[in-house]
Ligand binder design. Structure first.
Ligand code: AAO
Length: 483
């Protein structure tokens, strides 16, 4: 008896301690400026200027988004096109997106809100203007000469026509020739590495949490590793290595340096929207053509692919639905996208009256006239699915179902999603693993995350849910949407 009572006392103390610890964790996670638990969902805010990202960070935090991937931040060549951002001419933080002061203020505002900043780092190359010129912050440059930073000896020439990459099946060409005429840095050189590291350290000192490594395929993996190893260990690294069947350089080479974008994901989501049997969604992330989940960053659209046809873009009818599926999948770290509407591939974002700096982003509607900011971070279905993902945590996928244009699954005991990629409404009854009760529908076009006032979905005693899902729509319920 004595033993039992001691055991009970001990047991209740352990429970009390555990409860206190959980409360502490919950309070810490929901402290000021960090309203919701960390989802580790990121968002690429393409061509958003620093003031606009700063203004949006409290909303991002409210919507559960953990980090922002910016566009490149350093001084670049002049021009109206968006891609001037990818032609650095110095490492001054002074670009069409804002100056150093504005950048520092953004990082600090976002960090205070609980949102990390990941900077797009263009370190494979400098500019691609054969005749040289003057950068947007006044730095004079020639094609392979950036006074005070790099001289001609710091760049590769490779002997192909115009020194350009012609053959992606030749590793040496891909890494030692110029990508579309962009002056190719000798990243194997110690002095070049030291200059790059000093630049990245400067950004870390301003409070950024990590980097996208632009054109990483064109930098030998050992050079990326050497650069990254000089940075603090917790620096988030995301390499851009476009997977292409048969090429000698594959994303897997870069996982020692950090994470890598998994382009197969976006392409597969596009093929699913285009008509491939939906059940193949359940294989996404499980085959050898995918990086291991812990190394993979997934996306349904990025700034390059939305201008090509390899993935969906913001205008695709099933875009929100496949973004929801990306958030619902346990595979990889999802990266949302937010840019501006365009019909001309090269068109840059709208400029301020000075004709030099990108205008402040505004989220108005979803009409998508050319130049309008697309603001996916505010689309209700996407906001709700970030919370759904938080609710799903690390629960496994169960109750897989797919038929025609419909697909459904549960995350065991935590969440359920059913999608309809077709043009007709889809009516059905599905087995969930949720408790009986009334739930709000996260796919219904209203932001409900954390505030379920109008429950329209009933989970019956046997765990089933009956519903009609509109064309290109989805039904999403999870524990926190129970009324
Ligand atoms: C601009 C002008 C050029 C001019 C140059 C210099 O357009 O005419 O010569 O300035 O003055 C961006 C723009 C470029 C722009 C550049 C500099 O996209 O148009 O050039 O800024 O201002 C390769 C790289 C990859 C790269 C991609 C564009 O591997 O790293 O090309 N992406 C990043 C950025 C991008 C940026 C840069 C790099 C440069 O995200 O925005 O360029 O900083 C295959 C290969 C890929 C290769 C593509 C494209 O991919 O596998 O490695 O990407 O081809 O050539 C299917 C296939 C797949 C194929 C893919 C795309 O999915 O399966 O194999 O399609 O075609």
């Amino acid at each position: 008896m004595q033993f039992q009572s001691n055991f009970r006392t001990y047991h209740s103390r352990v429970i009390a301690l555990f409860a206190a610890a959980m409360l502490f964790i919950a309070v810490a996670a929901c402290g000021p400026g960090n309203e919701r638990p960390d989802s580790d969902v990121g968002i690429q805010m393409f061509q958003w200027n620093w003031d606009s990202i700063a203004a949006e960070c409290p909303t991002l935090a409210d919507n559960g988004i953990s980090w922002v991937l910016t566009s490149p931040i350093v001084e670049h060549v002049q021009g109206d096109q968006w891609w001037t951002s990818y032609q650095p001419v110095s490492y001054k933080i002074d670009s069409k997106l804002g100056n150093r002061e504005q950048f520092a203020a953004m990082v600090s505002t976002c960090n205070d809100a609980g949102v990390e900043i990941i900077a797009d780092a263009v370190i494979n190359h400098m500019s691609g203007m054969s005749d040289g010129g003057t950068g947007v912050a006044g730095s004079e440059f020639e094609h392979r000469n950036y006074p005070g930073i790099y001289g001609p000896d710091d760049f590769h020439t490779c002997g192909t026509s115009n020194d350009d990459i012609v053959n992606y099946n030749d590793r040496s060409e891909v890494q030692n020739c110029e990508l579309v005429n962009l002056a190719d840095l000798k990243t194997e050189s110690e002095t070049v590495q030291a200059t790059i590291v000093a630049h990245l350290e400067d950004l870390l000192d301003l409070g950024v949490a990590g980097f996208r490594i632009d054109a990483a395929k064109h930098i030998p993996a050992q050079d990326v590793e050497a650069i990254v190893s000089a940075l603090p260990q917790d620096t988030r690294i995301i390499g851009e290595v476009i997977r292409a069947a048969g090429e000698p350089i594959q994303p897997e080479e870069y996982t020692n340096a950090g994470g890598v974008f998994e382009f197969s994901w976006g392409r597969d989501m596009k093929s699913l929207q285009a008509g491939t049997t939906l059940s193949t969604f359940f294989k996404a992330g499980t085959t050898s053509q995918y990086l291991p989940s812990e190394s993979a960053y997934t996306f349904v659209e990025n700034h390059d692919t939305e201008r090509g046809d390899s993935t969906m873009n913001y205008q695709s009818p099933n875009y929100e639905l496949f973004t929801a599926l990306m958030l619902a999948s346990p595979y990889g770290t999802p990266v949302l996208y937010s840019g501006y509407a365009f019909s001309d591939r090269d068109a840059g974002a709208a400029l301020k009256a000075d004709g030099e700096h990108v205008a402040n982003a505004e989220c108005v509607d979803r009409e998508f006239m050319d130049g309008a900011w697309t603001c996916q971070q505010r689309w209700p279905g996407i906001v709700n699915m970030v919370q759904w993902r938080i609710d799903a945590a690390d629960t496994p996928i169960v109750q897989e179902w797919s038929e025609g244009d419909g697909l459904a699954f549960a995350r065991d005991g935590a969440a359920f999603i059913a999608v309809n990629r077709g043009i007709e409404p889809l009516t059905g009854t599905w087995q969930t693993t949720l408790e009986q009760g009334k739930y709000c529908d996260g796919g219904a076009g209203t932001v409900i995350a954390g505030d379920c006032n109008e429950p329209t979905i009933t989970v019956d005693q046997d765990g089933t849910v009956a519903a009609t899902i509109p064309s290109h729509g989805f039904l999403a319920v999870s524990n926190s949407t129970k009324s």
